[in-house]
Ligand binder design. Structure first.
Ligand SMILES: Cc1ncc(COP(=O)(O)O)c(C=O)c1O
Length: 384
């Protein structure tokens, strides 16, 4: 057993980086206060840090800082988005919401609940041989009832990266296009302007920031023309016993005290990723090739791997071993102090499509070393 954990669960959450924790500590010691209370210097410096965070994140995503709305996670961001879509009458009885078979439950269940409430239908686009969105199937499902298309950017099971720019071209500008970029922001910068989606969500903890901070990016024009489905302190112009008026943007979308420290860690993470040496990303790519060829070497020994063969696929591999339960395999890795995950990884429809009830998932990060990968395969081969 290795004395230190070999962490191969980056798709689940990214381990803490000292550099980012230091920035958080410094903020806590020198600038911590609630924002929106401008009467004293400490509050002002907290507000500046919060607003700077949005500027940095906006650059990473290719949008305007006012379009960056902080929530608690990608899951919360999707839930708020779906509620806004319902409240503002985008989806009606008989309409269709298109998702892909590869989606995380966070990008499925809120839509299913919405469809149930208003009498709409959720349909799933199939995948091609690379576990990538099947554009022919998308084309065949695009009828006049389709009002919303919501797709992940990259898969947390197969590493597939979906052709979102082509999707926008195909679906036209009239339909609402939402993107779950949760697995992709670590690999940014990304360009929301190129994708031309209307909304995009992700979680800070997948890209080195704290847990409890998530992002909903929503175009200014939608923020302005839509009522927000959530409200409270800081999100209104006035309240009386007769009623209220929602504040302007972005305030109406961010009621209550936000995760200020989370916002500080998120911008620290983006800066860290921005400044990261190019050679680290190159090493990550080399590790992807090495893992692909190592799986290829053992595939005749009862290992079935679900990983996209695309050049741009991210470092996530799910696999099953003949006659062995995925949980037993992950437990056995755990005994060796190797952190991998077993189950459906919140992607049950995808696992049904793949014809398995669950899989073991290993995922790498920029810090993963060649010797950690070699140890992983040494242990895996001992089970075969
Ligand atoms: C593709 C994808 N979307 C959404 C989520 C949900 O993220 P969170 O649990 O941070 O809300 C995840 C988490 O694994 C994910 O991988």
């Amino acid at each position: 057993m290795s004395p230190h954990p070999i962490y191969l669960d980056y798709a689940s959450t990214h381990p803490r980086k000292k550099e980012i924790a230091n920035i958080r500590d410094e903020f806590e010691q020198n600038s911590y206060a609630n924002i929106g209370r401008w009467n004293y210097h400490l509050a002002e410096s907290a507000l500046v840090a919060y607003q700077d965070s949005k500027k940095t994140v906006a650059q990473w995503i290719g949008c305007d800082p006012v379009e960056v709305l902080y929530t608690y996670s990608a899951t919360y961001a999707l839930n708020i988005l779906v509620l806004a879509i319902e409240q503002n009458g985008v989806i009606w009885k008989g309409d269709t919401i298109l998702l892909s078979l590869s989606e995380h439950h966070a990008n499925i269940v809120p839509w299913q609940m919405l469809a149930e409430r208003v009498g709409a239908v959720v349909k799933f686009i199939s995948l091609d041989d690379n576990y990538c969105l099947d554009l022919n199937d998308l084309h065949s499902k695009l009828d006049d009832t389709v009002k919303v298309v919501s797709l992940q950017y990259a898969s947390n099971v197969t590493g597939a990266v979906h052709p979102l720019e082509k999707v926008r071209e195909m679906i036209g500008n009239e339909r609402l296009f939402c993107v779950d970029a949760t697995q992709m922001t670590l690999h940014g910068p990304i360009s929301m302007k190129d994708i031309q989606c209307d909304a995009l969500v992700f979680s800070g903890h997948k890209m080195m920031a704290d847990t409890g901070i998530g992002v909903l990016v929503l175009w200014k024009v939608l923020q302005k023309s839509w009522q927000s489905p959530i409200s409270g302190g800081g999100a209104i112009n006035f309240v009386s016993i007769e009623g209220y008026e929602q504040a302007g943007i972005p305030e109406r979308w961010e009621p209550g005290t936000p995760h200020i420290i989370g916002a500080v860690t998120l911008s620290a993470a983006v800066k860290y990723l921005w400044e990261m040496d190019k050679s680290i990303r190159e090493k990550y790519q080399e590790n992807i090739h090495f893992i692909n060829s190592s799986f290829e070497r053992i595939k005749t020994r009862g290992v079935t791997v679900f990983h996209s063969a695309q050049k741009q696929a991210i470092g996530v591999w799910s696999f099953v071993v003949r006659d062995k339960h995925s949980i037993d395999i992950a437990d056995a890795f755990g005994e060796e102090n190797i952190c991998v995950r077993a189950g459906h990884h919140c992607c049950e429809p995808l696992h049904t499509y793949l014809g398995v009830s669950g899989s073991v998932r290993m995922s790498i990060g920029f810090d993963t070393t060649r010797s950690e990968i070699e140890r992983f395969f040494e242990v895996l081969e001992s089970f075969l």
